[in-house]
Structure formats: structure tokens, C-alpha cells
Design a protein around this ligand. Structure first.
Ligand code: ADP
Length: 541
């Protein structure tokens, strides 16, 4: 027997319409060069309707891709809502990718228009000759149109001013694409992920559950995660769905800006990669900020070291680790200790929180060995993590590499991990970063997390380099804290009781900085390249 329920589509359109009906007076604030821009959800809704009409006037068809090249602002939020709610597809372009990669992405997605922040016009200009499909550029800003070779050129505010505010939201198919995002392409060209309305709305609903972020109307939410990175982890959609007060940090926020915004606006939820949170800790060392309003700080994108959790715990701020990928919309797991662990010491609980956590409702995960067979979830068996669920990619957009990315309906993440009997995931490495020493695997992530716990260490990265006897051995690259000194021997001594003896780095080198990818992760490929001529101390002798 079939269920007799309405076939109501799960779409971004509903998120927008709900905001209009219930939260018209709630504020959206953006940090700008001339102070805070402030308006309400009501204003947001009216401008989104104008945007939808402007897209029609510019001849953008249903299902066509519209690119954004922009920071986190209210205008970008308007694109987040207006482009998908009117049946088009928002393609957020990562402004930090290499120009050739951005060119590839725009051409591959066949973006019809690109909406660009005025401050980013020069960056886009350099690329424009490569962009075959783009029919126009829309500049977002308060001033007049800049002098530029981009053409044809439109001013966002003029387009909105000329468009009507009357717009009937269409009823869309929940399986149509709402957004697109490309992976950062650490190997080969970036791969396109097309998010359906259904995937994004379900992701947002899941984020509202109490065991996730418990996002609600009374929250003050700031998306620090760039809106050009995996939909700012979905926070703009979730915040709009529940009617939270929203704060956007604008162009190039520094750690001080972030701390000031939290203090000034009593922000309760903000999310960021570990590098951003480390930056906030650095800012706190210079000046005191009252960050006590923060009740939940999701952190992920790369492993969250236990020492980072501990330092925020000392401030009374709860950092919650999450794991995900561009391909998983992006959140798939969250690490919170469960009720049976509340009697444990803070240290023991932190060990759990330093894992990537339990899968969110409706996400399934398994670990698979080299032979393609599922491994036991015993916390010891190490294999590739595979996931499936309603917000996990089913295939890459127009990409023959899709064939190799799936096994029996499961998405192969390329992450190497264990799952313990309680169901907590622990990522040990990305497959391409694993260090194979004497036939065994060493987790570079675990070594990095341990080294970063040393009080004199600012940053650390561990890579595997060829070794005559052991095939590969770990090299630790360490950035000491400013004005501090630490020696190789001290690092090795510090690690001695934290990792197995054969895991100890073969050598420790001190560097000024660690190269980062466009999304702020350690660029291990660049680091391996940097040390390709390196010789182990034993070989030098
Ligand atoms: P890209 O794949 O282009 O680097 P993503 O942002 O999609 O960009 O990166 C996803 C990857 O980031 C995951 O496969 C995983 O390796 C890593 N990652 C994300 N969150 C965590 C986390 N909490 N701990 C460890 N690694 C993480």
C-alpha cells in the first residue's frame, strides 16, 4: 500500500517563502568598508524577487548556471536564494583557485552570467578572455561601475532597481539542481558537484537537529566559511530556514574582525576551518574579546587537533568537529560525546571529540579494504571511507571520472579511516597522503595533531618521503610560534609517549610557513615538491 501523503517538494523556494511569511523583521547584517549594512528579511525577500525578474530580463533560462565570484555579504545571500528559487542554478566560484582552474570551471559548467563583487573585478578581468559561454558580468557594490574590460557589464543595483518586486515563486522539482560547486582539484581538473534542492534542504533540516547544531530562530549566525566553499557549509540556507539573525563578515575578514563581530553582535553560532579558529586564538592573545555568546562552533575541513578543542574549552567555547566534503553537501558527520560518556573526564571526552564523529541521520558509512570488501567497525581496521545518503553526490557533472568514484552505490571518499564500535569515524589520512613505512601505514594527520599540541609550535605538517629501507618515512615540517624556539629533539621527545615508536618522524625540519590550498588546508603536494631533493640525516652521513 502506498502512503497517502502530499507530494510536497523540498526546495530552496520554501526556505525563502517561509522567511517572508514568518521572519520579515529579522535582521541581516554585513560588514562593509563603510560600517555595518543592515536590513531585514523583508528587504531581502523583496530584493530576491527583483533579482529573479532581472534574471528573466537578461534571458537566463530555467536550469542555466549563474556564477558568483564574491565574498560573504547580503548580496551573495540574495544570489543564494534568488537564483535557485527561480529555477536557475547558483554556481559559486572559488576566488582563490588558480586562474586556469576558474576558467576551466566556468567553461565546464557553462555559466551564463557571473555576479562579481566590485573589489574582485580585476581578478576576473584577467580570466575573461577564456570564458567562452559568459553572456554578461554583473558588478555588485555601492559605487558606480568600475572601469573594466569585462563586457557586457551590468550594475547589480541598477538591475534590481529596474526590475519589478512582483514575483510568484515557481513550484520546482526537488530533484532539480539548485547549486553547483567544484572540488578544489588537488589532482587533475576540478570535478563538478550539482546539488539538488532536496539535498540542500535535507542538509539544512539535519543541521537544525539538537544533536547537530540545533540551529534555531533565537540564534545569531555568522558564516565565516566562505560562501564560495561548499555553500558555506549550508549555514546561509539553514539560518534563513529557521529565521536566525544573520551576520556576514564581508571581504577578507581578519581574525580580529571575526572576534569583534562575535563580541559586538553576540553571535551564538559560527563555523570555520581549524586555521580560522587558530587565528581567533592568536587574536585573543593580542587583545581580550568577550566571545561568551558562542554556544556552538562547528569546525572541519581538516582534522581538528585536540589541543585546539582544549584551548577553546578553557574559554568556555564549545567547538564541535564535523567531517564532510564538497561531494557531501558538505556535512556528513559530527563529533559529540554521547550520554554514556558524560561521566568521563574532559580529556577523555576530548579524545572522542577529536574524532570526526557519528554519521548524521540518513547518512551511512562503511570502511572498505583494498580488496573492495567491507571491514569491521572495530576502531582498528583501516580502509577507505565510503558514504551514501540523500545529500551525497551520485555522479560528477559531465565527467567520465564518475565511473571510478563509486562502488555498488557508495561514494568512495578517498579518505582513509577507522570506525569504532560506537560508530565514531576517525580519519587517518587522505589516500594520497598516507605514509607507508615498512608495509604499515602511519597517519600523518595523527602526527600533525600531536605535534601541534606542543606549546612552542604554531603549525605542523607531516609528509611521507621515500626511504631506502622503509619505503617511506615521515618528515615533520614545523613552524615555531613567533619569537619562540624549539628543537628537533624536543619535538621527538614530546611525541615519544603519544605515538608508536616507529611512527616518530625520521626528521623534523623548521620552516617559516606551511603552504595552503585554496580552501586553507595543508598543501601536501606542494610540500612534497618543496622537499623532493631532501635527504634523511642517515643518508647524509
Ligand atoms: P577538496 O576535496 O577539494 O580538498 P573539500 O572541502 O571537499 O575539498 O575537502 C574534503 C576533504 O577534507 C575530506 O575528504 C577530508 O579529507 C578533509 N576533511 C574534511 N573535514 C575533515 C575533518 N573534520 N577531519 C579530517 N579531515 C577532514
Amino acid at each position: 500500500m502506498r502512503g497517502l501523503m502530499m507530494d510536497y517538494p523540498l526546495t530552496i523556494t520554501h526556505i525563502l517563502d517561509r522567511a517572508r511569511r514568518l521572519f520579515r523583521d529579522k535582521p541581516v547584517l554585513t560588514r562593509t568598508a563603510s560600517g555595518m549594512h543592515r536590513y531585514t528579511y523583508g528587504d531581502l525577500y523583496r530584493r530576491v524577487c527583483r533579482l529573479a525578474n532581472a534574471l528573466t530580463a537578461l534571458g537566463v533560462c530555467d536550469g542555466e548556471r549563474v556564477g558568483s565570484f564574491a565574498w560573504n555579504t547580503y548580496r551573495h545571500l540574495e544570489l543564494y536564494l534568488g537564483i535557485p528559487s527561480s529555477g536557475r542554478v547558483l554556481h559559486t566560484l572559488n576566488i582563490r583557485l588558480f586562474p586556469e582552474q576558474i576558467g576551466f570551471i566556468v567553461n565546464h559548467a557553462e555559466d551564463a552570467l557571473i555576479f562579481v563583487d566590485d573589489s574582485l573585478v580585476p581578478a576576473l578581468e584577467a580570466l575573461a578572455p577564456q570564458l567562452k559561454c559568459v553572456r554578461g558580468y554583473v558588478v555588485m557594490g555601492d559605487g558606480p561601475l568600475p572601469k573594466t574590460s569585462l563586457a557586457p557589464l551590468y550594475r547589480y543595483e541598477d538591475l534590481l532597481a529596474a526590475a519589478s518586486e512582483d514575483y510568484d515563486l515557481p513550484r520546482l522539482d526537488e530533484n532539480n539542481a539548485a547549486g553547483m560547486c567544484y572540488t578544489s582539484g588537488t589532482t587533475g581538473n576540478p570535478k563538478g558537484v550539482a546539488y539538488s534542492h532536496r539535498a540542500l534542504t535535507l542538509q539544512s533540516l539535519a543541521q537544525c537537529s539538537a544533536d547537530a547544531f540545533g540551529l534555531c530562530e533565537s540564534d545569531v549566525v555568522m558564516s565565516v566559511v566562505p560562501m564560495f566553499q561548499a555553500n558555506a557549509w549550508g549555514l546561509p540556507y539553514t539560518a534563513t530556514l529557521v529565521g536566525a539573525t544573520q551576520i556576514y563578515p564581508g571581504a577578507q575578514p581578519t581574525p580580529q574582525d571575526i572576534c569583534e563581530l562575535v563580541q559586538e553582535h553576540k553571535i551564538s553560532v559560527t563555523a570555520g576551518v581549524p586555521t580560522v579558529l587558530l587565528g581567533m586564538l592568536g587574536a585573543l592573545e593580542q587583545k581580550s574579546y568577550d566571545l561568551s555568546s558562542l554556544r556552538c562552533v562547528p569546525c572541519g575541513g581538516s582534522a581538528v587537533p585536540e589541543s585546539l578543542l582544549a584551548r577553546f574549552d578553557q574559554l568556555g567555547i564549545r567547538v564541535v568537529q564535523a567531517w564532510g566534503m564538497t561531494e557531501t553537501s558538505p556535512l556528513a558527520t559530527l563529533s559529540k560525546p554521547r550520554s554514556s560518556m558524560v561521566s568521563w573526564s574532559a580529556e577523555q571526552q576530548r579524545l572522542v571529540r577529536a574524532k570526526q564523529g557519528m554519521s548524521m541521520p540518513f547518512v551511512e558509512m562503511r570502511i572498505v579494504g583494498d580488496d573492495g570488501k567491507e571491514l569491521p567497525q572495530d576502531g582498528k581496521s583501516v580502509g577507505e571511507l565510503q558514504v551514501r545518503g540523500p545529500w551525497i553526490v551520485a555522479e560528477y557533472y559531465n565527467d567520465p571520472r564518475s565511473a571510478a568514484a563509486f562502488q555498488d552505490g557508495w561514494f568512495k571518499t578517498g579518505d582513509i579511516a577507522t570506525i569504532d564500535p560506537d560508530g565514531y569515524l576517525q580519519i587517518t589520512d587522505r589516500a594520497k597522503d598516507v605514509i607507508k613505512s615498512g608495509g604499515e601505514w602511519i597517519s600523518s594527520v595523527e602526527l600533525e595533531n600531536a605535534i601541534i599540541g606542543h606549546p612552542q609550535v604554531l603549525e605542523a605538517a607531516v609528509i611521507g618521503l621515500p626511504h631506502e629501507r622503509w619505503q617511506e618515512r615521515p618528515l615533520a615540517c614545523v613552524v615555531p610560534r613567533p619569537g619562540q624556539q624549539v628543537s628537533r629533539a624536543e619535538i621527538l621527545k614530546f611525541l615519544a609517549d603519544k605515538v608508536a615508536k616507529w611512527w616518530l618522524p625520521e626528521d623534523v625540519v623548521f620552516v617559516e610557513s606551511i603552504p595552503k590550498t585554496s580552501v586553507g588546508k595543508i598543501a601536501k603536494r606542494d610540500l612534497r615538491e618543496q622537499f623532493k631533493d631532501y635527504h634523511w640525516p642517515s643518508e647524509k652521513a
